[in-house]
Design a protein around this ligand. Structure first.
Ligand SMILES: CC(C)(COP(=O)(O)OP(=O)(O)OC[C@H]1O[C@@H](n2cnc3c(N)ncnc32)[C@H](O)[C@@H]1OP(=O)(O)O)[C@@H](O)C(=O)NCCC(=O)NCCS
Length: 234
């Protein structure tokens, strides 16, 4: 029997150990304030199994409200059963956003869920990555830096896990999301599928884009590149 890989071992960690090793501690509770608003918000890390039915339903409703129309307009369509199954995948982790005042203990219920991000440590094209599966905020919390904070947590988990990049898939027509990711330093991934030229010469554009951001610092990047070249040269 082969030994689990480094990433498998991280994926299999119980949530408490996962949190201790990979979670940016300072961000488990944060406060936002503004001229007409002064609220405390909390981010909670969960496994897919650890979501209560009500929390899961709240997350699923956010996906349906913000993205079902884009799925329906795509060739693959909107399949709620398939989406629910994906959202319950064993290795999926969730970052839930909710008002701190309405819930107290870490791990206590987070209802309603005002926004969430789901992610998985995984491999893409043989590369260790952290994949952002979903990020959805309720309308009333958009445009206040929450999305950036959630993505910051994802990237921090990825850096601590020492994966190479953060990745995600976005519908091209969701221009607001594309701009948001670009603002955070994401660009089209090298493996994002290119438009296909059909036999009749027609170019078939895909309706989605795979975007990514390197999580390796400049020095580490150069060192990894040197190692790769040494390996390739034998
Ligand atoms: C996309 C989404 C997650 C962004 O979260 P958000 O909290 O609204 O974004 P933030 O306030 O954190 O913005 C972060 C940065 O992106 C910029 N940004 C956000 N939306 C933007 C837009 N539509 N155009 C240009 N820049 C944008 C902000 O100006 C900000 O820049 P700054 O750091 O220089 O101030 C959120 O709007 C959302 O949930 N949308 C609906 C669901 C969705 O489309 N999810 C993506 C599925 S792939």
């Amino acid at each position: 029997m082969s030994l689990p890989s480094r990433l498998d071992a991280l994926k299999d960690l119980p949530l408490s150990t996962f949190r201790a090793k990979l979670w940016p501690h300072n961000d488990s509770c944060f406060k936002i304030s503004g001229p007409t608003d002064d609220e405390s918000w909390r981010l909670q890390l969960r496994t897919s199994e650890g979501l209560s039915d009500a929390e899961f339903t709240s997350c699923f409703s956010l996906v349906r409200e913000t993205s079902a129309a884009d799925y329906k307009a795509s060739p693959d369509g909107w399949h709620p059963v398939k989406k629910r199954k994906e959202m319950r995948l064993r290795d999926m982790r969730y970052i839930l956003l909710g008002r701190a005042s309405l819930r107290q203990p870490e791990g206590g219920p987070c209802l309603p869920v005002d926004g969430f991000l789901s992610f998985m440590l995984t491999w893409e094209d043989g590369i260790e990555v952290i994949y952002c599966y979903e990020i959805h905020l309720d309308e009333h919390v958009r445009g206040r830096g929450m999305g950036k904070r959630l993505m910051g947590c994802l990237e921090e988990v990825g850096r601590k896990a020492e994966v190479k990049k953060a990745m995600l898939t976005v519908f091209k027509k969701n221009k607001a999301a594309v701009k948001f990711y670009e603002r955070l330093g994401y660009g089209e991934d090298e493996f994002s599928p290119r438009p296909k030229k059909l036999r009749n010469g027609v170019v078939k554009e895909l309706d989605y884009l795979i975007m990514s951001k390197s999580l390796i610092s400049g020095t580490k990047n150069r060192e990894k590149e040197r190692q790769r070249k040494r390996k390739a040269a034998g």
